[in-house]
Design a protein around this ligand. Structure first.
Ligand SMILES: Cc1cc2nc3c(=O)[nH]c(=O)nc-3n(C[C@H](O)[C@H](O)[C@H](O)COP(=O)(O)O)c2cc1C
Length: 238
């Protein structure tokens, strides 16, 4: 059954958030959550923040579906079955082999950090499958947001809009003491998720965000990804 959240009351709306710089530095991908649901009023605040993201031609193309409780458990079971069977139904293609040079190295660094944090050896295929499948347990988060979008042209611009919405959502979580992880892995089963939630075919799934209260003791939360210096990414022209 689809339900919606009430508007924030004055109490929760006045709750303190981290300053911008702190929120951007504190945010990282959370891969382990406490079994504690985020209250409706807090989810509503995060959604209100995300709603302020910019968008190409003001289309505001985000169609967000929040799934929790028994429904999320059922969806998790379904996604594990589909993942084990290799029944992928993505809306958008994705191939890590497309990465080259420095981009490939950075992707490799993430893979190494991910499997090391979960004590999985590189050659342990079964262990790697199990570690990857944690995406479909939503890393134990009691709620997840699915970022659906309409399809316009080659979808590049609308995907950019969803990215902006997603980052605003993630920064809002961080600023409020919560955590989240964007997951392309959820997009691999776009068709199955759409059918399960009764979402029309015209809406495409780019990625989902599992979110909640971070479990500081979870192995997946040992991962820390460095950033290359600004000079590597930025060129000034005068
Ligand atoms: C659009 C998007 C999709 C992502 N998909 C996944 C995913 O499916 N599974 C996962 O474990 N991490 C996923 N990540 C998280 C990245 O691995 C992470 O952002 C990157 O390694 C940098 O680490 P940080 O977020 O902790 O700073 C995704 C990130 C983005 C932006």
């Amino acid at each position: 059954m689809a339900t919606s959240l009430s508007r924030p009351d004055t109490d929760t709306a006045s709750r303190k958030t981290l300053p911008f710089e702190e929120a951007t530095r504190v945010r990282r991908s959370i891969r382990g959550f406490l079994d504690q649901a985020v209250p409706d009023s807090l989810i509503r605040e995060v959604l209100e923040d995300a709603q302020h993201a910019p968008s190409n031609c003001n289309t505001q193309p985000w169609n967000t579906h929040i799934v929790r409780g028994e429904k999320l458990k059922q969806l998790s079971a379904l996604l594990h079955v589909k993942n084990d069977a290799g029944e992928f139904t993505p809306d958008f293609s994705f191939d890590q082999n497309d990465f080259y040079g420095e981009y490939r190295k950075r992707n490799d660094a993430l893979g190494k950090a991910y499997y090391e944090s979960m004590n999985v050896m590189r050659e342990d295929k079964e262990g790697r499958h199990r570690a990857g499948a944690m995406n479909y347990s939503f890393f134990n988060a009691p709620q997840a947001a699915f970022l659906f979008m309409p399809s316009f042209g080659d979808n590049v611009r609308v995907a950019g809009d969803i990215g902006m919405y997603g980052q605003t959502f993630l920064l809002s979580l961080a600023a409020r003491g919560l955590g989240g992880i964007p997951q392309t892995a959820l997009g691999f089963f776009a068709g199955a998720i759409r059918e399960f939630l009764g979402i029309p075919a015209e809406l495409k799934l780019l990625f989902g965000i599992s979110f909640g209260y971070p479990d500081d003791d979870a192995p997946g939360n040992r991962i820390r990804m460095d950033r290359v210096p600004v000079e590597t990414s930025v060129t000034f022209h005068t």
